[in-house]
Design a protein around this ligand. Structure first.
Ligand code: PDD
Length: 312
């Protein structure tokens, strides 16, 4: 098992550690990224990832140096060179290197790409989520490399023994720190609309299609914290998460107020810890909608695997 690196036009077997100190990704987080899952040597849903990548670039006026066909060629070549058939491809594009000024200097945008082995998503008995204030910026639909709020939320979840953070903006559940959130109430499936407050997940897009083909009634409507009491099933989706059933949602008791009414005063510590957890929701019965979707998702993955790997 090895990790393959690509930077500025060249492949490397070890981390080339070649990024200039004044790369704007390094200094400003001025860049965007994608993560694609590879099953059986084939990048899964690559066109949808590239579509979103192009939207992210244009949202921040970042010059995309490659047409889509060249991205597809590069990604396939990287996967072939890595010799990994079960992998993830991470790539990012930054605005390149220049002496530090906030406005856009004359730079060439720079591609970094990493192929690393990826094992199957853990099939736990059900994940625990930590409800956490969504303090990200207002343009979350851009898959920017600025992930500090997501990092802090994940770290807090990790410290609380939870698997993922469930982000809440003014009482409304938006998504996870690295995944989209789904709820089933009276047999109907709900997920936050694809507006500027969530990342429109590629897995989310597939799950919406699968739900439609299975005849599961679906509505792109946000669920609030107070509506959780009417929810029968919860699951999260993402490229590496796939479809993750949720068993329990907890929150820090002192944060509950803040989850529904954002506070104006800066908190004493930005890194919220969960030392007085309260349970907001727990799975009580079966999760038939989640299970049907997981089976349909597994079929889509099998279909991807069963196609012969493409040559570049
Ligand atoms: N995360 N929401 C957020 C905030 C995410 O970071 C992700 C993905 C998703 C799910 O999107 P998709 O189904 O396209 O993976 C939703 C990736 C995997 C990551 O940052 O590693």
């Amino acid at each position: 098992m090895s990790t393959l690196y690509f930077y500025d036009g060249h492949f490397y077997e070890g981390d080339p550690a070649a990024v200039p100190l004044e790369d704007r990704g390094h200094e400003f987080g001025d860049g965007v990224y994608e993560v694609v899952r590879v099953y059986g040597g084939r990048p899964f849903l690559l066109d949808w990832h590239l579509e979103r990548f192009e939207r992210s670039c244009s949202a921040i006026a970042l010059h995309n140096p490659l047409p889509r066909a060249d991205w597809i060629r590069l990604i396939h070549e990287a996967v072939l060179r890595s010799h990994e058939s079960e992998a993830q491809v991470y790539w990012q594009l930054t605005r390149g290197a220049a002496p530090r000024v906030h406005w856009f200097p004359q730079t060439d945008s720079k591609i970094t790409l990493i192929v690393r082995p990826q094992t199957a998503a853990a099939s736990t008995g059900g994940a625990t989520l930590l409800a956490y204030p969504d303090e990200r910026w207002a343009n979350v639909f851009v898959k920017t490399i600025n992930l500090l709020p997501n990092v802090l939320a994940k770290e807090s979840a990790h410290r609380a023994g939870a698997d993922e953070a469930l982000l809440v903006r003014g009482g409304v559940i938006t998504e996870g720190a690295g995944s989209n959130a789904w709820f089933v109430s009276e047999g109907k499936l709900y997920t936050h609309p694809a507006d500027r407050h969530i990342l429109p997940g590629v897995t989310r897009r597939l799950v919406l299609q699968l739900a439609q083909s299975l005849g599961i009634p679906t509505e792109e409507r946000a669920v609030t914290l107070s509506q959780l009491k009417n929810v029968e099933e919860v699951f999260m989706t993402g490229t590496t998460t796939e479809i993750l059933p949720v068993q329990k949602i907890i929150a820090e008791s002192s944060l509950l107020n803040q989850l529904s009414t954002p506070q104006e005063a800066p908190p004493e510590s930005l890194l919220y810890e969960c030392v007085h957890p309260v349970e907001l929701w727990a799975q009580t019965g079966e999760a038939p909608v989640t299970e049907r979707l997981r089976a349909a998702f597994a079929e889509a993955v099998a279909h991807c695997r069963n196609h012969a790997p493409m040559s570049p």
